[in-house]
Design a protein. Sequence first.
Length: 155
Amino acid sequence: MVSVGCGIDVHQRLIVASIRKSDDDVETREYDCYTSSLKSLRDWCKSEGVTHVAMESTGVYWKPVFNVLEEDFEVILVNARHVKNVPGNKTDKKDSRWLSKLLLSGLLKGSFIPPCPIRELRDLVRYRKKVVGHVMFEMSFIICTFGAKKRHGKI
């Protein structure tokens, strides 16, 4: 069971974090998405004795946060659909507080995040695919452009 946890709601430009020690002891802060701010978030969590962090994010915005926090905490990435709060006025602060409450209650199931070497290999494979695609596009362009002119006697 988690005694001190942090719930983080991650957005493109804003991160809202809530550290919860009990039902009554909750503190919430907001951070930018720059590395210096993420390190400040990490230091704050360390100083408060956080052992587990639960993050809710859509897209790829969670990756930099995860990279900064993974060495020091047990990080759980949760699907936003699985932790929906009561419908009504939703705010980032409410979401991060709700995440921290679910974390302390042991009600969160994390998404699979492969180990660091596998993530790095995936990034390299994706980059290679992108580069090969660009090369093939340029080759097709050259062949179509100069091949058509040659056939029509323009070169």
